[in-house]
Design a protein around this ligand. Structure first.
Ligand SMILES: [Zn+2]
Length: 316
């Protein structure tokens, strides 16, 4: 599932091509995409409007429109947004020849377009399209159909995000003090705290594991057992793992492709995530996999400290 670095990568790519463009026509091909709104209501609300800005909140992408409303899209499990250039080319970066791919990956995929599932699924799983006034087209594809889009005004949007999302981890508000306040008194595991979007918005399974490893903290440590040095380590771990993901254009484990149809490279640089049985890059101990809150969780038992189950009293 795309997390903050993947969605932010798409946002940065879309921004220069979408801002100032008019959505000439909007077509919802799968009524599921706009539920609970009808496809017609979604199309009516977005068509004919100019895009003033492309924003992101947590894992949500927003196209801010010239009437004050925004088109909000959540990619969920397998959604992708790919921009098709005005000249009709599939997209600027052919997914089979990504600059992030290793030479070997390029070689093995040269069997022809029909051998590439990404190309085929882009057509077969097309759920919505936004035709631009310069001839370009933004295409939302989603094999598993969990992705959603809706159009909302600023007040509606504030209420929607206010009840679902916490702090933006790459904003100045994400301080050591904020981390301390959010985790004070918590008895649940740190891994679950990081996955809860109402705490830190945009962190999912990949970056939670990577952040805890960077912080040297065991995923089952209770949030409230952290001391000041742990608050700092975890805050820094979250920021560093997200920035690493951004630098590498996101992680492509399953279906994730950026707005140019290309894969990210973060999956090649995971420190612990999906590295069960491999040696820890810090201490050499074998990385293990456990399940926390139903999610696969990878960590190093050698250097990720399990804090005692004693929520610390709040400082006066
Ligand atoms: Zn280790």
């Amino acid at each position: 599932m795309p997390e903050l670095p993947e969605v932010e990568t798409i946002r940065r790519q879309l921004e220069p091509d979408l801002v100032g463009r008019k959505l000439e026509a909007v077509e919802v091909l799968d009524a599921y995409f706009s539920k609970p709104s009808t496809a017609a209501a979604f199309e009516r609300a977005a068509a004919g409007r100019e895009v003033l800005d492309v924003g992101r909140r947590g894992k949500y992408l927003m196209l801010e429109l010239d009437d004050g409303n925004s088109v909000v899209i959540h990619l969920r499990m397998t959604g992708s947004l790919v921009l098709r250039e005005p000249d009709g080319s599939a997209n600027p970066g052919d997914p089979r020849v990504s600059p992030n791919s290793s030479p070997q990956a390029v070689d093995t995929s040269q069997a022809g377009p029909s051998a590439d599932p990404a190309v085929d699924s882009g057509e077969r799983h097309l759920r919505a399209r936004f035709l631009l006034d310069d001839g370009g087209e933004l295409r939302f594809s989603d094999p598993r159909r969990f992705g959603r889009g809706f159009v909302a005004g600023p007040d509606e949007l504030d209420a929607y995000f206010g009840s679902r999302l916490g702090i933006e981890p790459l904003s100045p508000e994400f301080t050591v003090e904020a981390m301390a306040a959010m985790t004070a008194g918590r008895t649940g595991p740190l891994k679950s705290f990081l996955l809860n979007q109402k705490g830190v918005a945009g962190v999912g399974n990949i970056y939670a594991d990577e952040a805890l490893f960077r912080a040297g903290l065991h995923p089952l440590s209770p949030g409230g057992s952290m001391r000041d040095e742990h608050h700092r380590a975890l805050r820094d771990g979250v920021v560093e793992s997200l920035e690493r993901g951004l630098d590498l254009g996101g992680a492509s484990i399953d279906d994730y492709r950026d707005a140019r149809g290309e894969s990210g490279a973060m999956q090649n640089e995971f420190l612990v995530h999906r590295r069960e049985g491999e040696g820890c890059p810090r201490c050499g101990e074998t990385i293990v996999r456990i399940v926390v809150g139903g999610r696969s969780t990878y960590f190093c038992p050698g250097c990720q400290k399990r804090l005692r189950k004693r929520p610390r009293r709040r400082a006066r």
